[in-house]
Design a protein around this ligand. Structure first.
Ligand code: ASP
Ligand code: MG
Length: 405
């Protein structure tokens, strides 16, 4: 019997009317036959509000307590959704992440799933119930509640789909699928009917907010096809699958804008072996993910090293950077929060050349200065001044002919 995992994001369950609509959709799926597991996010912007609340209490709330707090959002949604399904005369049961044995490591606020004990879910599915699981949360081996990082309900859904060997994982959201660019920035952006895991991964890590990147990694590893679609319309959405040959015909699939990062620079660092290793190891030991890195050519035995981190890690990173800079005899530490990362992604980049030059040319044509560049096999990113971010996305989107015909 087919098993389908459906995930509904916060905007799909923002208010009682929407919850009732989602319930109808779930019941319709169930009535078509098969088993249905539903993962749901917190209502609307609940998580943001909980985080704000915490910051009104403490400037740096303990991460363990943060998890206890923000996991409550999803507990509200699962209960309400189960009630809505009951009112439609169908059978459903709600669970928190810990209750269904989603075991994670102990990195609070960005925990990794270690294993899922699917017994309880299977048992309820066998009884013919729709199983509703709170997204975004788990429990570590010491029974501490953990959360999986912002947007982590996608990960819950894909991980459950993998653990239950589901036929498909559908992610319902407020957009019709994956687009060539954010339609709010580029009105002529086109919806893609399919995309490869690797492209989706790069788009997600580059700032496309449709899918959580670890959920895509997971889907890739277990070859779980994901369908991203809107909960407000009937469209087919976008299928995210393993790579097919025809995908290489298109050079660039999408352009993204990410303004969640900040740049940290260590100025006047001694230019000798082992310095970069020391800096990045110290930062990594604090569980801060560093992204783009550049080192400027040294002058008089000194050089500058800059890197980007998520803004939410900036405070911690600066504290670490200042400490390292003192022990190494560096001159100073600077930071810049007004940066934007523009990225282009496409598996076709492997077989086509001159793509970077075209991207830089597009930026130059609008006199947008590039501060940092990084490339991978299928992605090129540039850091520019934040105020040119949207303009940069539009000019690049046009340059690569990605818009509607
Ligand atoms: N509610 C959580 C968040 O807003 C998880 C999710 O929506 O996927 O980040
Ligand atoms: Mg949310």
């Amino acid at each position: 019997m087919a098993l389908i995992v459906q995930k509904y994001g916060g905007s799909s369950v923002a208010d009682p009317e929407r919850i009732k609509k989602v319930a109808k959709r779930i019941v319709a799926t169930k009535r078509r036959g098969g088993k249905v597991v539903v993962v749901v996010s917190a209502l609307g912007d609940t998580t943001d509000r909980l985080i704000e609340l915490a910051h009104q209490i403490a400037s740096e709330p303990a991460e363990r307590e943060m998890d206890v707090l923000i996991s409550t959002g999803e507990q509200v949604s699962v209960a309400l959704l189960a009630m809505a399904i009951h009112s439609l005369g169908a059978r459903a049961i709600s669970f928190t992440g810990p209750q269904v044995g989603i075991v994670t490591d102990s990195s609070h606020t960005k925990a990794r799933i270690l294993r899922i004990n699917t017994n309880r879910i299977r048992e309820e599915l066998r009884k013919g119930k729709i199983v509703i699981v709170a997204g975004f949360q788990g429990v570590d081996i010491n029974e501490n509640i953990t959360t999986l990082g912002r947007g982590g309900s996608d990960l819950t859904a894909v991980a459950l789909a993998a653990a239950l060997k589901a036929n498909c994982c559908e992610i319902y959201t407020d957009v019709a699928g994956v687009y060539t660019a954010d339609p709010r920035i580029v009105p002529r952006a086109r919806k893609l009917s399919n995309i490869s895991y690797d492209e989706m991964l790069e788009l997600a890590s580059a700032g496309a907010k449709v899918l959580h990147n670890r959920s895509v990694e997971f889907a890739k590893r277990f070859d779980i096809p994901i369908r991203v679609r809107s909960s407000f319309s009937r469209g087919e959405g976008t299928m995210v699958t393993k790579e097919h040959k025809f995908m290489e015909d298109v050079v660039v699939r999408g352009v993204t804008l990410n303004t969640d990062e900040a740049k940290v620079s260590l100025r006047g660092v001694p230019d000798k072996p082992g310095v970069a290793a020391k800096i990045f190891k110290t930062v990594a030991d604090e569980n801060v993910n560093i992204d783009m890195i550049i080192q400027n050519i040294g002058k008089k035995g000194k050089s500058d090293i800059s890197f980007t981190v998520m803004k939410r890690d900036l405070k911690r990173t600066l504290a670490i950077a200042k400490k390292i800079s003192e022990t190494m005899g560096a001159e100073r530490v600077d930071f810049d929060e007004n940066i934007a990362r523009i990225s282009i992604v496409g598996v076709g980049m492997r077989t086509h050349s001159g793509i970077a030059a075209r991207m830089f040319g597009a930026l130059a044509s609008k006199k947008i200065n590039i501060e940092m560049i990084s490339t991978s096999e299928i992605k090129i990113s540039c850091i520019v001044d934040k105020k040119y971010g949207q303009k940069a996305v539009r000019v690049i989107h046009t340059k690569f002919g990605l818009g509607k015909g």
